[in-house]
Design a protein around this ligand. Structure first.
Ligand code: ADA
Ligand code: CA
Ligand code: CA
Length: 239
């Protein structure tokens, strides 16, 4: 190629690169796709009249059963409802759907894993962190008039591959005065929020959230932070 045509070629390349679509294709991450929360079809229903306790170190796979709480609360914002399930230290559960009215969801005392866990209609809240670490990997929650994950302990709470839909707060580090000095720890990766107020809300000193590959649609705030709480964000979009 001659010097002249090489310069011409460079010029064309420069124009192509500077046009926004070409630049987006070459240098930015791909446009995120909005997914709806698809809850797997339940294979059977289990009526739960008292909390199911998952013992220390025990793993229970529910094979896509739907747990329907009865007589444990009305799923409103009233405190003092019972949890559908409580996981003791080291316990884990998989492939389960928590049905309406959701009551006080799942309690985790620490060292717990929730794998492919879905909440069809969150009650007072969905997951309560009472000790750390708690990992929720796969699944999601919809219709939380207030919180999905309530942290009553510093955690950490780790959320991966989740969709939260129609909620007020996705993950909340307790805002009560007795937690004023609790340094909550949250890590979210591949989490999508569809229609909500805040994906994460932290209002105590020393609290930190790490976010990676987070996409939100119609969520007012990806993070609501006060009193020195911090966020580290990598590939976070808000639409
Ligand atoms: C309220 C209350 C908290 C905690 C929480 C829960 O937000 O202020 O201290 O009890 O509910 O666990 O549901
Ligand atoms: Ca509550
Ligand atoms: Ca609660």
């Amino acid at each position: 190629m001659s010097f002249r045509s090489l310069t011409f070629f460079r010029l064309i390349l420069l124009i192509a690169l500077s046009s926004s679509t070409a630049t987006a294709g070459l240098f930015s991450p791909p446009e995120p796709k909005k997914a709806k929360l698809e809850i797997p079809r339940a294979t059977r229903e289990i009526v739960v009249t008292k909390p199911i306790i998952i013992g220390k170190g025990e793993h229970r796979d529910f094979g896509w059963a739907r747990l329907v709480p009865k007589g444990m609360g009305d799923g409103s914002q009233r405190e003092g409802q019972r949890p559908v399930m409580a996981l003791l230290r080291g316990a884990s559960v998989s492939r389960v759907i928590i049905g309406k009215p959701g009551v006080d969801g799942i309690y985790c005392v620490g060292d717990n894993k929730l794998i492919d866990v879905y909440f069809e209609d969150v009650g007072e809240d969905a997951v309560t962190v009472k000790g750390g670490p708690v990992l929720w990997d796969g699944g999601g929650a919809r219709k939380a008039s207030d919180k999905i994950v309530q942290m009553n302990h510093k955690g950490p709470f780790i959320g991966k591959n989740l969709i939260f839909e129609d909620f007020s707060i996705g993950v909340r580090g307790n805002g009560n005065s007795k937690f004023r000095k609790t340094p909550f720890r949250i890590e979210l990766e591949n989490v999508q929020g569809n229609k909500g107020h805040s994906l994460v809300k932290l209002s105590s000193k020393g609290s930190k959230v790490k976010m990676k590959n987070i996409n939100t649609w119609d969520v007012d705030n990806v993070t609501s932070l006060a009193n020195g709480a911090e966020a580290k964000k990598d590939n976070v979009t808000k639409r």
